[in-house]
Design a protein. Structure first.
Length: 201
């Protein structure tokens, strides 16, 4: 684990910030979020901020700007082309779409759906498109998009930062080794996968 974290921390800060901006920006605008959730790179950005001295605020700003710009592009695509834009997506992506859920959320919650949708990977991709297709006003979408994007960026980047700090503390003060931590992570991941499969069935 130390080698992985050291490798991440060794990346040039500008490369890290570029990735932290780029991946959230591509989530909704290109449907990339259906394959690679933006949280991944923002969490890594938070880890790098703790390990290498990269300012945490810079990670948060890059993530928030990328997220807001990407969702704005998704909104404009939905406004211009409607839900039909999703028909052009590759089949492997379309299988993961939950259009009805996104439609209901936007119809029932309006601007609140934009803020809520930011926290669920699939909805983060679909809600901006559905908001544009539903005719939501630009100003309404705009403030909800900025609010959701900023809250999300602060929470995820800070989580990565604090997670890295906690790992260091546990290893140093409590003597919990790398393999123990990895085992805990694997068990938690398996439990999350099992719960997801159970809900799906």
């Amino acid at each position: 684990m130390d080698r992985v974290l050291a490798g991440i921390a060794a990346l040039p800060p500008l490369v890290v910030l570029a990735l932290v901006f780029l991946l959230p920006a591509l989530e909704s605008s290109t449907l990339l979020g259906l394959l690679i959730p933006g949280e991944t790179v923002v969490l890594v950005g938070g880890v790098v901020a703790h390990l290498s001295g990269l300012p945490l605020w810079a990670v948060i700003v890059a993530a928030a700007v990328g997220a807001c710009l990407g969702d704005q592009v998704g909104y404009l695509l939905g406004r211009r082309y409607g839900p039909g834009v999703l028909a052009r997506a590759p089949a492997v992506l379309r299988r993961r779409l939950d259009l009805n859920r996104a439609r209901r959320l936007v119809a029932d919650r309006g601007a609140v759906a934009v803020v809520i949708g930011r926290w669920v990977a699939v909805l983060r991709v679909l809600v901006p498109l559905m908001s544009g297709a539903s005719g939501m006003r630009r100003s309404t979408f705009g403030w909800a998009n900025v609010t959701g994007g900023l809250l999300w960026a602060v929470a995820v980047a800070t989580l990565g930062y604090l997670g890295s700090a906690s790992y260091r503390y546990l290893e140093r003060e409590l003597g919990i080794g790398t393999y123990t931590l990895l085992a805990v992570i694997v068990v938690l991941a398996l439990l999350a996968f099992w719960r997801h499969r159970r809900r799906a069935h």
